[in-house]
Design a protein around this ligand. Structure first.
Ligand code: FAD
Ligand code: GLY
Length: 377
């Protein structure tokens, strides 16, 4: 079977790239997904925070990449609504980063100073102001930061919208199609194969998240640093009306209030291989840190628990671009804690490269070649 572009992996990264390519006029796009359905892995498990500032320690290329992608979200959300009728619930209320201990206070003051110093949008709030805006936050809160530009989106709805877009625009989706090997002929990648079938394409994109290093290239391991899974567990509560207005963040956990009254409490960060279990220890950890932010959560029913695998590589940065001289294979993976945030810009960059040979600086910065491994093709 032949395509112009073959995308391996039906998470937010693969689906967003497919959409961006279609909008640029690519005709035959095929997505191969190993699961029974697309969008069931990390992209579904995520909390949907679009929060470059909450975790940033400095302005560097990665921070710039995050903020540029965040800025694309209002248009991304608007277009998805127009294209598919799905409202992805982009919520621009902002994120509160809260301090409960002396060392938290030191940390947020440090963050406040450097972020203000470089002109980022951040406000230092007293405990009183926080409690006035968020009455269900613990009375033990000492102070906090408001990041007005750190938002959230309902990532499940983003996946739904991208899936609809694919269906409406003749993007072929093949599920239960696990790619085991990328095909190489005369030093060029010509497609991919599952145990049953070969798929040929002009360009192949590897968007396989935490499973990327299981895929072979011409029968050999991929010539780049390993991508590994980092488990994140989340629990969700239900309220009748919205408890919190902002995303609430502490150094030990976060609370994400959804429009429908669900409250997400996340997340663990664990090396557990490809095991997606929700564990007693994980839930205990989440509750301990969640109740520190808001003891009121203790009265709510837990309605859902889940875990997902974040894709990380050795330097913690995304891997974007090509490592083959022929540039017929592009990789878009290792978005670790920020794949929802980074999907719009990743998609633009990859689609520009594939359809117009436009070279974003980020293809150099996050190139798979940065790991200095030997290339088989
Ligand atoms: P995935 O969504 O995992 O998709 C990869 C797809 O490829 C899967 O469907 C998989 O089945 C398929 N696949 C793999 N191998 C093959 C193969 N060989 N053949 C065919 N198909 C294959 N990010 C944020 O920006 N904000 C957040 O608030 C946030 N919170 C998170 C909370 C948790 C608990 C977790 C786990 C992650 C969170 N993330 C967050 C990170 C974000 O979810 C990921 O970075 C992002 O989803 C990665 O997208 P992806 O498409 O690369 O991976
Ligand atoms: N970005 C939130 C998480 O990965 O848990």
């Amino acid at each position: 079977m032949n395509s112009d572009v073959l995308i391996i992996g039906g998470g937010i990264i693969g689906l967003s790239i497919a959409r961006a390519l279609k909008k640029r006029g690519a005709r035959r796009i095929t997505i191969l997904e190993r699961g029974a359905e697309i969008g069931q892995e990390a992209s579904l498990a995520a909390a949907g925070m679009l929060a470059p500032q909450a975790e940033a320690d400095k302005i560097d290329d990665f921070f710039r990449f995050c903020t540029e992608s965040n800025k694309l979200y209002p248009r991304f959300a608007e277009e998805l609504l127009e294209e598919t009728g799905v409202d992805v619930e982009l919520d621009r209320t902002g994120t509160l980063y809260l301090a409960f201990t002396e060392s938290d206070v030191e940390e947020i003051r440090r963050r406040y100073e450097w972020q203000r110093g470089v002109g980022l949008s951040v406000e230092l709030l007293t405990a009183e102001t926080i409690r006035k805006n968020e009455p269900f936050v613990s009375p033990d809160v000492r102070e906090g930061l408001l990041f007005p530009e750190d938002w959230q989106v309902e990532n499940r709805k983003v996946l739904l919208a991208l899936h609809k877009f694919a269906e409406q625009n003749e993007i072929e989706i093949r599920t239960q199609a696990e790619v085991v090997n990328l095909l190489v002929e005369n030093g060029k990648v010509t497609g991919a194969e599952t145990a049953e079938e070969k798929f040929f394409a002009e360009t192949t994109v590897l968007a396989t998240g935490a499973w990327t290093s299981l895929v072979k290239l011409g029968g050999a391991p991929l010539p780049m640093a390993k991508v590994s899974p980092v488990r994140g567990q989340i629990i969700a509560f239900q309220t009748v009306k919205r408890f919190f207005n902002h995303v609430l963040y502490s150094r030990r956990g976060y609370i994400v209030p959804r429009l429908d009254g669900r409250i997400l409490l996340g997340a663990t960060v664990e090396n557990a291989g490809f095991d997606k279990s929700v564990t007693a220890e994980g839930v205990e950890y989440l509750l301990e840190n969640g109740l520190e932010i808001s003891p009121s959560l203790g009265n709510l029913e837990i309605i859902e628990k889940w875990a997902g695998l974040r894709p990380i590589t050795e330097d913690g940065l995304p891997i974007l671009g090509s490592f083959s001289v022929s540039e017929k294979l592009l990789v878009a993976t290792a978005h670790y804690r920020n794949g929802i945030l980074l999907a719009p810009l990743t998609a633009e960059i990859l689609a520009d490269k594939i359809s117009e040979n436009k070279e974003s600086q980020y293809l150099q910065i996050f190139s798979p070649r940065r790991f200095h491994l030997t290339l088989p093709c």
